[in-house]
Design a binder for this molecule. Sequence first.
Ligand code: OSB
Ligand code: MG
Length: 369
Amino acid sequence: MRIQKITLREIHLRLLSPFQTSFGTTELRRILFVEAIADGGIAGWGESTAGEHPFYCYESIETAWYILRDYLWPIVRGREIASASEVLNLFAQVRGHNMAKAALETALWDIEAKQKNMPLAKLLGGTRAEVPCGVSIGIQPTLDKLIGKVEEALAAGYQRIKIKIKPGTDVEPVRTLRERFPRIRLMADANSAYTLGDAPLLKKLDAFHLMMIEQPLGYDDIYSHAQLQRQLESPICLDECIHDVENARAAIELRACRIINIKLGRVGGHTSARQVHDICQANSIPVWCGGMLESGIGRAHNIAMSSLPNFSLPGDVSASKRYWAEDIIEPEVEVSPQGTIRVPTEPGIGYTPRVDRIEALTQRREVLE
Ligand code: OSB
Ligand code: MG
């Protein structure tokens, strides 16, 4: 394929309810899309999961836009690309900025799948017809509200509940949920809010039989997670720390975690995600797909990736209607009463971007040729 042009777009989408983590609260998502047009006119779509602020990681929508325009597009422009699987290496010259890379790389995967008239899931090597789903519930103002959110998610069929924790809002909500729901699959995500000195506090969570504790320590600190894992019975799952197959390998060999959360943006796209998936599989480390409050386009890519065989644990990819009054794809992402999402069998990402609606929500646009 040869890419004729790409369009960068920023849309604003308001979450149905504010989402609070240990690093802040999000109410309005500023989402960057890449629409790439290949020779032959086939369009592919990707979504950058960079946040509004550099709080989850150093990237933000502003850095992603700049890196895409000034560095990544010039690498792709005019180049004959035999397969989207080449793009990870082409982009290696740019250090980091994985969310910017993933936005363009995933769009090219969508194009390649459409050119081959195949579902993206199949092109990636996916084997699942449906993927198991969990929910990620933000920090709530009261324990009653938290219980209400959990009841709602369980009634909708979701297979596991993740709650966000932060210092001061940790043992209490976990204990409350475990007492109220003794048998559910429950986990907690700290988004790097603790230090190794908090090990005694984190150890208290062992009493509640969590599936895992996600990213308790420093966002780039694999070594301290290895020290913590030795002290905990609960498995540690790494999120923020894992950017590519090499540091996944380091985390596995150091025994810093027993589970890895894969996010397309954080690892730089489908090729890297598949490499992380494969090394985890070879080492009996189960993986699951993390979420970044994506709109339908990012969600569709997450579903395709989650069809790979080692995505054996329920992920954070849930129904469009949990986030948005109206999504920007057709059909919206739906979850069955059993808590699964059907992997589309249509070509490409298998959901159609609603271009009119995207156009109406667009705050900024830049066409690069
Ligand atoms: O750490 O998994 C995370 C949202 C924004 C930033 C980081 C994270 C999250 C979530 C939400 O947990 C997952 C989702 O429902 O999209
Ligand atoms: Mg996380």
